[in-house]
Every structure is written in structure tokens, then in C-alpha cells.
Ligand binder design. Structure first.
Ligand code: MG
Length: 386
């Protein structure tokens, strides 16, 4: 039995991971989880997994409430609760489904402790790519990606020889604003932005899909995971999100990986050590009818290039970018600022970024903090003007 810890259990990927682990209960046991505050999801999970004895709950008051009801479980609280679960449990593998910068340190520590890392957290590689690369090398680890594109890329790349591949391709859905006339994009409402055409995901990633920041992050991740330079990773839009990724080979061919747009497929592929298992999701040939592909339009998605430029400037710069994005999106989704303001503040604040390469997690943490403060102050100032 492989003992699994699942970080970010109450989110979309977290709950779908629970579904997948349940299907393979003969091979995997869930022994630890962490979440932010939604402790209600735990009742059902605890019934399913009696060996779940370590729980991290970031919100102190929720952790206290949970502790009163479950004296047989070791409960950790506070910002480092995910780390505490990894360090104190005797797990073999870690599914990191945390959202945002907070996922980086748990990824690093998992690798340092030689745990098998199944990675859904984007920022681990986007911001901490160099640190993760070193941890992988030092500990002879590999990453099992949990993202439809990178999972599909792993399937493609593993079926080909490296010298046969010219470049990699990842697809994008185009996001919720893909069909809006270009001049209406910046005035899109919150409801419109959050209405993704083909995936049901968390709010931040849905907004990042509308702007394609998410896709820029995925290009960066693919570059680290598969060791290709950024310019060797192309993006094309597939409206139906049926094709996830591919490899353009040197003999003028394209090997594409298609699959139902259900995150349980990449979760299962990572969990099952790159093995395609039956998880009861059949592929319908009808899905091949009426497929649509579009060229990537840089005018529609200016933040895509902004994200890649930030990355090229250095880890500090992409760290700053991510924190500004995370903070501004939180204001956008609670209706404090409009989409137009979000877009213009991203550009304005990024022009202030002067951060270059960082060599440590502590430096990144400092930049992350500073970027959040700057973003908050900027929004507060704007609100006062009105
Ligand atoms: Mg993706």
C-alpha cells in the first residue's frame, strides 16, 4: 500500500483526487490531508479512510472546532499546517493540490523528504522552478504532473524518443471570453469571466484562463518538467478541450493526446505511476465530430506575453507577477474592482517590478509579501479616489 497525503483536499482537484483514490483503495491509502477552512468536507472522507490520522487546517478557529470532535486525530493549524502533515506522517506520496504561492514550500519539502510528488500546484514550478529542479536532482525525484496538458504531454513524450521530438504543443480552451468581440473583452462582467466554456475549476484559475495567464504558467511548467526551452512549446486553441497536448516530431508529424475533459484522468495517471488505468470514464467517438481549433491571438490575451516576459526577467519577477495576480483576482472576484481595472493594474504594477533572480525560498517569500502589500495599497488608493 502506498500511503498518500493530499494537500488542499477541499478544492476542486482535492475532491476529485478523493474520488480517484477511492477507486484504487487496494493500492493507496489516504493517511493525511490539509485544507484551508472548509472542515465540513472531512466527515465523509474520514468515514471512507479510517487510517486518516493527520489533518492540517490553516484557519485556527476551525482547527480548534475540529479537534474537539476528533481526539484520535493529530491536528495541525496555521500557515505551515500542510508542511506539518507531510513531516509528521509516514507517507510515501504527496498530492499537492494547494492553490498559489503557498504550494511551493510543501513541494520542496516533499522532494527533500523523498516523497513521490504528484503536482497540481502551478506556482511550485512557475515561481520555484529552479529550487524544485535542484531538489529533484539532489533527491533523484521526478514530478508526476496533475494538469490535463502536462499529463497528456507526459503520455506523448513517454511514447516517443527524445531525438524524434522537435517541439511540444499544449492546447488552450481560449477561456470564457474567447468569443466576445475584442473591444468588449475589458468590460466583461464577473459572471461572464467565471463562466468557463469547457472546464469546471476554481475561481482563480478560471480568471487566469480568461486572460491566458494560466496558459503562460503552463508553458513555463512544461519547460521545466520536460526540459524544453520556452520557444519550443507552442500553444493552439481547441474549443472543446478534447485535445490536451501533443508533440511535433521531426518527420513532420504531430502526435496528439485526446481525452475526456475530466481531471480524474490526469489524477489517476499520476497516482498510478504513469499507468493508464480504467477509471470508468469512456471515450466517445462522437466527441471527434465538430472539433474546432483556433490560432492563438496575442491581441486578445496580452497578459499571456506579460507573464512570459516576467518569467524571462527572473524568478523574482514572476514571483511578483503571481502575487499581484493572486491579490488582484481576489479583489475582482469579490467585486471590489472591475475586470478592466484588474487588467490595467496588472500592466501598471508589472512595470514597477524590478526583481531579478532569487537564490532562496526566503527571498521569494519576501517578494511575494511585498507584491501583495503593493497591490493592496494600489487598490485601496483607487477606491479612495472614487
Ligand atoms: Mg491545465
Amino acid at each position: 500500500m502506498e500511503k498518500i497525503v493530499l494537500l488542499g483536499v477541499s478544492g476542486s482537484i482535492g475532491l476529485q483526487s478523493i474520488d480517484v483514490i477511492k477507486k484504487f483503495k487496494n493500492k493507496f491509502d489516504l493517511i493525511g490531508v490539509s485544507l484551508s477552512s472548509n472542515i465540513d468536507v472531512l466527515d465523509r472522507i474520514l468515514l471512507e479512510f479510517p487510517n486518516l490520522k493527520q489533518v492540517g487546517i490553516a484557519t485556527e478557529a476551525k482547527a480548534e472546532a475540529f479537534k474537539l470532535k476528533h481526539s484520535d486525530i493529530q491536528v495541525f493549524s496555521g500557515v505551515n499546517c500542510s508542511l506539518d502533515v507531510i513531516k509528521n506522517s509516514d507517507c510515501d506520496g504527496v498530492i499537492n493540490a494547494l492553490v498559489g504561492f503557498a504550494g511551493l514550500l510543501p513541494s520542496l519539502v516533499s522532494l527533500q523528504l523523498k516523497k513521490r510528488l504528484m503536482l497540481a500546484n502551478k506556482e511550485s514550478l512557475v515561481i520555484g522552478g529552479r529550487l524544485i529542479e535542484k531538489a529533484l536532482k539532489d533527491n533523484k525525484g521526478i514530478i508526476y504532473p496533475i494538469d490535463s496538458e502536462h499529463s497528456a504531454l507526459a503520455k506523448c513524450v513517454r511514447s516517443l524518443k527524445r531525438e524524434e521530438i522537435d517541439s511540444l504543443l499544449i492546447t488552450a480552451s481560449g477561456g470564457s471570453l474567447r468569443d466576445l468581440p475584442l473591444k468588449e473583452v475589458e468590460n466583461a462582467s464577473l459572471e461572464k469571466v467565471l463562466h468557463h466554456p469547457s472546464w469546471k475549476m476554481g475561481k482563480r484559475i478560471t480568471v487566469d484562463s480568461a486572460t491566458m495567464i494560466n496558459k503562460a504558467f503552463e508553458v513555463i511548467e512544461a519547460s521545466y518538467i520536460f526540459n524544453y526551452p520556452l520557444e519550443k512549446i507552442k500553444v493552439v486553441i481547441n474549443d472543446e478541450s478534447l485535445f490536451h497536448a501533443g508533440a511535433i516530431t521531426k518527420d513532420g508529424s504531430l502526435v496528439l493526446e485526446a481525452g475526456v475533459n475530466d481531471m480524474r484522468i490526469p489524477i489517476s495517471y499520476a497516482l498510478n505511476n504513469f499507468k493508464r488505468e480504467d477509471i470508468g470514464i469512456p471515450f466517445s467517438l462522437d466527441s471527434l465530430l465538430n472539433l474546432h481549433f483556433r490560432k492563438f491571438d496575442h491581441n486578445r490575451y496580452p497578459l499571456f506575453s506579460l507573464a512570459l516576459e516576467a518569467f524571462k526577467k527572473g524568478d523574482g519577477s514572476i514571483c511578483f507577477f503571481n502575487a499581484v495576480d493572486e491579490t488582484l483576482i481576489s479583489y475582482f472576484v469579490n467585486k471590489t474592482i472591475s475586470f478592466k481595472t484588474y487588467l490595467s493594474l496588472m500592466k501598471e504594477l508589472m512595470s514597477l517590478s524590478q526583481f531579478e533572480n532569487c537564490t532562496s525560498y526566503a527571498e521569494l517569500l519576501e517578494i511575494d509579501k511585498k507584491a501583495r502589500e503593493i497591490s493592496k495599497a494600489k487598490v485601496q488608493a483607487l477606491l479612495q479616489e472614487v
